[in-house]
Design a protein around this ligand. Sequence first.
Ligand SMILES: Nc1ncnc2c1ncn2[C@@H]1O[C@H](COP(=O)(O)OP(=O)(O)OP(=O)(O)O)[C@@H](O)[C@H]1O
Length: 246
Amino acid sequence: MTASHHKKREAGTAPAAICARGIVRDFKAGQTTLRVLHGIDTDILPGEMTYVVGESGSGKTTLISIMCGILWPTEGEVEVFGTDIYALNDRQLVDFRLENIGFIFQQYNLIPSIDAAANAAVPLIAQGMDITRAREKATLLLDKLNIADQAEKLPGQLSGGQQQRVAIARALVHEPRLVVCDEPTAALDASSGRRVMDLLREVAIAPDRACIIVTHDNRIFDLADRILVLEDGRIIHDGTEMPADQ
Ligand SMILES: Nc1ncnc2c1ncn2[C@@H]1O[C@H](COP(=O)(O)OP(=O)(O)OP(=O)(O)O)[C@@H](O)[C@H]1O
């Protein structure tokens, strides 16, 4: 913990966006059990962009998946904006995610049979917004990501970087309180990557919002408010910058 984070966590400040306590995750591999997370305790703060970095296999994707309600921990508890998410039933958890969380994963998971604007509009349509309005809102984000001219193309007609930007628009379109991203800039050139980070900051960072980013992209390390470094399923660094030896 850095001094600045201690300062922000003094009594009277807003509660954590995510409060993770004692998070353990095991995976069965044949006869043996692999422990991938060894008791993670951390608070993710609103108003901050938190990066999770670490070597391949250190547990980053597993940790953020548990923090956003898509992978059950073997042990431990996760509160997201005060809700104990693994105490919810399946239906409640689906609704909670839909309303509060935007995801950007390495697989874009776009629906192949509908165009880019409709894909980006999915969270709004799922919330019951009419399709014309939802497409309009989605197209505004596609415009900010410089791909409004691709709005009527099917995912299969787009480049990898364009598909990624559609996935980013879809994650942000319903203005979720928590945005969770796995390698959001990996498929993008430097200037598109900066643009995505600017948009994430604009949409996802506010006093009552938070953003977590898993990244290997050292071109964007300077944009973090806080960096957690994972090694073998443990947090080995928690500060405003990368540790000197990385
Ligand atoms: N569903 C699964 N079943 C078995 N083992 C798994 C599963 N998911 C992840 N693991 C293992 O857990 C460990 C951590 O994986 P995780 O994907 O969280 O790492 P990571 O830090 O995100 O890696 P990368 O940077 O390569 O994406 C790895 O050893 C991986 O093989």
